[in-house]
Design a protein around this ligand. Sequence first.
Ligand SMILES: [Fe+2]
Ligand SMILES: [Fe+2]
Length: 312
Amino acid sequence: MVNCNSREYVVIIGGGRRGAAILETLKNDEEVKIVGVLDVNEDTPGIKLAKRLDIPTDVDFVKFIKKRKRIDVIFNATGEQYVDEKIRELRPEIEIISGLSLKLVWGLIAEREKAIALQRDLYRNTIGILTSKMESKNVWAHGHPEKVTEYATLTGQRMGLLPKELEIIKCAGILHDVGKLGINDELLLKTERLTQEEYQIIKEHPAESESIVKSMEFLYTVLAAIRHHHERYDGMGYPDGLKGEGVPLIARILAVADSFCAMTSHRPYCREKTIDEVLEEIKRCSGTQFDPEVVKTFEHIIKERFFESDIH
Ligand SMILES: [Fe+2]
Ligand SMILES: [Fe+2]
């Protein structure tokens, strides 16, 4: 299953013998993961050993702390109070643990890792339950979330997204419509024109999906993609009317994959469209509903998959 997010902690150590000793311990401890080792001086046993162990080092800890957006906890094992003060000033939201013995720091890290692993298992189970609930709804009978995920992932890969962004696509692809769980099938499958009131209910599902996923703190990185998967490139979408690149890229990718899958899936109330017709429809909406760059990549993927001979 998916692993959408991992929080980071940083251990700040001095680079002297004490630092080197910490790293020696680390070397043999599979449970402990160190994101970075910092010191003001590059020519110290701690930093040298970190480099040998392939652990990122950075002598400029201010820059380091600023750029690592997902740091959860910093263990300050330097014994230097100014380090705490500087971190508090730069990133007041980060938890700082300092003044502890090394043994205690390691103990805390190991405990934390275990807790995170447990949390991850719990969330995986929760996603599993949500997915099977979704499958029991008529509207997803044909594996819609999985198909959206597949096409969005292929598009993301082709657009050069990072592995962690592809992970977000996986989570958001599976969960983007989870907010529809609360809407009855009758409305979701209605063939006649929706009343304004009914359309309003449908329009609430991205925010509803977001609020369900929000309760799983672990998945916070996927919230924006879920919330905005019905925004349009021209700003006429919902829920927030975001426009152009103001719509998160992953949401722009999901929007194309989502529409493609919806239009190519078998729907009892209308004639099944051919892949050709659907692709034409997507291209027609490039620049209005969809991001032209995403459409271009998507077209390539569809042609490769369905009309191999059209690729020159
Ligand atoms: Fe949706
Ligand atoms: Fe969808």
